[in-house]
Design a binder for this molecule. Structure first.
Ligand code: 5GP
Length: 204
């Protein structure tokens, strides 16, 4: 059977909404999922690995990438820059992968212009209290940064109406199931099955 082009998915959600946890679980369950690794000027957290969680770099190195047209979209979030490397996205889509960009709302807006077919999902915390608790529990930000992230979170939740789907992350397992369901249903859309349908018609 011929392969269809892969799907591009944006997963946005406030800092602390659990995007990493959900995507780690999803990747274990679905080997076709490819999560894009972003560039950032933010310092690495204790547990983060360069080239796995992010490509960590200085602001000069980031600006150099922008200048060389190597970045698909980027945004300033808090004090730091974040960007999606251009390189592998189209290759992964050609290979039929489900490519996931874990990006914030400004980046999502830019990606929709370049890839109108993109599917966008907003990961919603069950409440602001839970979000604050999760941010505090990970002990990676100081008080000022936590307050900044909570403020940005409110603005982001206000913009959740720009997304195709909203997944509530109360229980991780349920949220991962919801994400899998969206991916499955989207992959069954007729427009994403044209190669396979043509193959059936040609052999009829
Ligand atoms: P954090 O510092 O918590 O890892 O990330 C802060 C925010 O930046 C999160 O909302 C995250 O999704 C977003 N982000 C991470 N990588 C990118 C990227 O490549 N582009 C954009 N626009 N946002 C990103």
């Amino acid at each position: 059977m011929s392969k269809e082009r892969g799907m591009l998915i944006i997963l946005s959600g406030p800092s602390g909404s659990g995007k990493d946890t959900i995507l780690t679980e999803l990747s274990k369950r679905d080997s076709n999922v490819q999560v894009s690794i972003s560039l950032t000027t933010r310092p690495a957290r204790d547990w983060e690995i360069d080239g796995f969680h992010y490509f960590f770099m200085t602001e000069e190195q980031f600006q150099e990438k922008l200048k060389n047209n190597e970045v698909l979209e980027y945004a300033k979030y808090g004090q730091n820059y974040y960007g999606t490397p251009k390189g592998p996205i189209d290759k992964w889509l050609e290979e039929g992968k489900t490519v996931i960009l874990k990006i914030e709302v400004q980046g999502a807006e830019k990606i929709r212009k370049v890839y109108p077919d993109v599917i966008s999902i907003f990961l919603m915390p069950p409440s602001m209290e839970v979000l604050e608790e999760r941010l505090r529990c990970r002990e990676s930000e100081d008080e000022e940064d936590i307050q900044r992230r909570l403020k940005i979170a409110k603005d982001e939740i206000n913009r959740s109406n720009e997304y195709d789907y909203v997944v509530f992350n109360d229980v991780v397992d349920y949220a991962v199931c919801d994400l899998s369901t969206i991916i499955k249903a989207e992959s069954l859309k007729r427009k994403r099955l044209t190669n396979k349908i043509n193959e059936v018609m040609n052999n009829a």
